[in-house]
Design a protein. Structure first.
Length: 429
């Protein structure tokens, strides 16, 4: 368990946007139960979600109890915060499946054992059985329409229009805070800066119905130094699900962090100490070409999200594409990633074998099959230029025909290369 002041740690890391008066005293006064809600509108969280997840991690490290609330109930409605248009409503089956997937991802970060064991909650447990009349009488009566219209999540949608369904969302989130206050003694809700209005509504509901005290703490909206939203790439969002964003792509995302952003990201997304981060900041300033900070960031986050084996495989594939790693050295897991990242083709052995010699492969045919040459003539020119490699070994102009036993790797694979960066994987069957 970490010693010291949690709020100071969060502020040093830049993880605090705003908080209510009294949060410092609350956190210093003994173990606190605090929660963050996760919206199950998709089957996976993305890297932007890691900001609030790491808040829960820090809470637990300092002896507090983190509670991750998955919105199996509110996911049926959709949070208007930060949205310019009405969300498409999901079916109960989809929301339930998304909820299970998100719970599994959150369990990678938090410990569910010990005195301050984390807890998972699903608000479908209380919202799905809540009657409309009961909700309006016991919750709705505590909020005026004028109060709700003042909240940014509603006010920003007034011109475009907002349905009553999404208009009422803040009341449902407020009800969640009240339920967790009653069930788990929660006195602190955490969230993104756009959630401030919803969180304050929950605090107000707790005060009016129980007379209890509750607090709020939000994290800043994360933007890159270029002004783009963090976690967005040309290919789309970067997901925590390995099926949607492979461990290699995930590793490369962090490795590609701009020098202007890497120090902040080390503070936000790792548990490295102040001393370690200061050393990496110094390296970025004086030896940026080494990219030591980016490597530390990529290793730490990939390990936490995908595990040690996936990190090792991602590093191996990175070493293959951008270093001198021989594909023979790749583990089975790394080779699977390579097949997914490079163009992959399966071909009958007869289609790439030398004429009249099944024991040798025709490099021209391999290049055409791999999509690295449009024709045998183009393949011939590449070979004559010294631009062709098999399994990272550069071929001479005379090596059109090569013994299959020399180049075929596990399960009949051959890595065909054009130049230094253009590769394809061919499986000869």
């Amino acid at each position: 368990m970490q010693n010291g002041n949690l709020l100071d740690e969060l502020q040093w890391r830049g993880l605090v946007y705003q908080h209510t008066d009294g949060v410092a005293e609350l956190l210093a006064g003994g173990p606190v139960s605090a929660y963050i809600g996760f919206d199950p509108t998709g089957s996976s969280l993305h890297v932007g979600s890691l900001v609030v997840i790491m808040i829960l991690v820090h809470l637990q490290r300092y002896g507090h109890r983190p509670i991750a609330l998955v919105g199996g109930g509110t996911g049926m409605i959709g949070d208007p915060s930060g949205k310019t248009n009405e969300r498409q409503l999901l079916t109960p089956d989809i929301v339930a499946a998304n909820t299970r997937a998100i719970q599994a991802q959150l369990e990678r970060f938090l410990s569910f054992e010990g005195e301050n064991a984390a807890r998972m909650r699903d608000n479908a447990e209380w919202l799905n059985s809540l009657s409309l009349i009961e909700f309006l009488r016991d919750t709705g009566k505590h909020f005026t329409v004028n109060y709700m219209l003042q909240k940014e999540s509603v006010r920003s949608r007034m011109d475009a229009g907002i349905s009553f369904t999404e208009f009422a969302y803040m009341l449902l989130q407020g009800y969640d805070y009240l339920e967790l206050h009653r069930r788990d003694g929660v006195t602190l809700q955490l969230g993104g800066s756009e959630q401030w209005g919803n969180i304050v509504a929950g605090m107000e509901l707790i005060r009016r119905t129980t007379g209890g005290e509750a607090h709020a703490l939000t994290v800043p909206l994360l933007m890159n130094s270029s002004g783009t939203k963090f976690g967005k790439t040309e290919a789309g969002a970067v997901w925590l699900d390995a099926e949607r964003t492979s461990p290699y792509q995930f590793y490369q995302f962090w490795l590609g962090t701009d020098d202007a952003d890497v120090g902040r990201n080390l503070r936000f997304f790792t548990l490295l100490s102040r001393e370690e981060i200061a050393q990496l900041d110094d390296s970025t300033l004086h030896q940026p070409e080494k990219r030591a900070a980016q490597q530390a960031l990529a290793r730490d986050v990939t390990r936490r999200v995908h595990g040690e084996a996936a990190l090792a495989a991602a590093e191996q594939v990175s070493g293959f594409f951008f270093g001198g790693l021989d594909p023979r050295e790749l583990t089975a897991e790394a080779f699977t990633i390579l097949r997914a990242e490079a163009p992959f083709h399966q071909v009958p052995a007869a289609d790439v074998a030398a004429e009249g010699d099944a024991g040798r492969l025709d490099v021209f045919k391999l290049l055409v099959t791999a999509g690295l040459a449009a024709s045998n003539g183009a393949a011939k020119r590449l070979l004559e230029q010294g631009a062709v490699s098999l399994n990272k070994r550069k071929l001479s102009a005379s090596e059109r025909l090569v013994p299959a036993s020399d180049v075929v790797l596990r399960d009949g694979h051959v890595v065909v290369g054009k130049g230094k960066r253009d590769f394809a994987v061919v499986q000869v069957r």
